[in-house]
Design a protein around this ligand. Sequence first.
Ligand code: FEO
Length: 396
Amino acid sequence: MSPYKAFQISDSVFWVGAKDVGRRLFDALIPLPRGTSYNSYLVLGRDQVALVDTVNPGFENDLIERVSSVIDPRDLNYVIMNHAEPDHAGAIPLVLKTSSNAKLVTTPTGARMAKIFYSISNDRIHVVRDGDSIDLNGKTLKFLETPMLHWPETMFTYLMEDGVLFPCDFFGSHIAQGMWDDEVDDLLIHAQRYFGEIMMPFRISALNALKKISSLNIRMIAPSHGPIYRNPGKIIESYWRWASGETREKVVILYVSMWRYTESVVKVLVDELQSWGVSTVVHDVAAADLGDIAKDLVDSRAIVVATPTVIANAHPLAVHVAYLAGLLKAPAKYAALVILYAWSSVADKQLIEILKDTKVELIGVVKINVTPSKNDIESLKNLAKELSMKIMGRKQ
Ligand code: FEO
């Protein structure tokens, strides 16, 4: 007997996905301290059945066995591909082979990607456009095109009768534990990490999607990573804030230190910023989890990069994290640099060049020759004051 079973989440929907408890890295970049899940859903009409998204390669057996606990997996009518990335679409070739009459449902761009990634032929693809629907006889799936969340083909599927939204990556979180939102105490933190890692660069697309779903009666959000929201209000409200680029009176300080000289200077800066009432979050980049940094970039109004000098340049990890902040399009408005050096350094010029494509206003650069002099401490205090005034919208 199969150990894997489906889990019913509404009148006509079963979770048939996989939990990847042991996965520790995504995109060869982002740590997954709590694993992740690949959520797939079976939607039953009176005599038609659809599978919404599939699972990561290697978890096909979990999927097929869970589907088998509800229906014969050869009897699928539709396989909905909300997103072509392999963590959700990797099992599509096997599913279409098993269900030889099933059609793959996707956007026009999704159809092209299904061919490129999975060699799916045209005769197996049913292309849908924004607002189209499929009647499973008693249950209606409506499709909403939501491009660039975070690939060009992305769409949402909405089960009208049950009020269930299947948004794939959107509203997702990398966490393997918990089936429901209210079973995970720190879910919002994981959702914010996920937003920072995946959706933050696409905030305009995210706002468009939020507007598009605002008139729907959403009783449940069933994303393709992490728990299902049976209380969707809070995550929708959070997404409006994050997608709008709403920041807090908060500075994220990203530092690298080889001999603790940079770290000791960062402590002075933190004290000063705190004395002005600004919230600070400090990450030692060499030890930090990039997901935590991404989370803090979501709502920080300013970024400080502090680095020692290595062969006249910024430490490679400082370069990496400054590049990442720009790549992820952090909504911060202000930035500052603290550079430590012993004999010569172009680290400031290098980091300014990296940050030049971001929207941040550079408030100041403090360069310190190993140990801060009295003047350096004054410069740090002035930098903290100027940054704080900007962050709090006050005039000096
Ligand atoms: Fe979870 Fe963009 O795939």
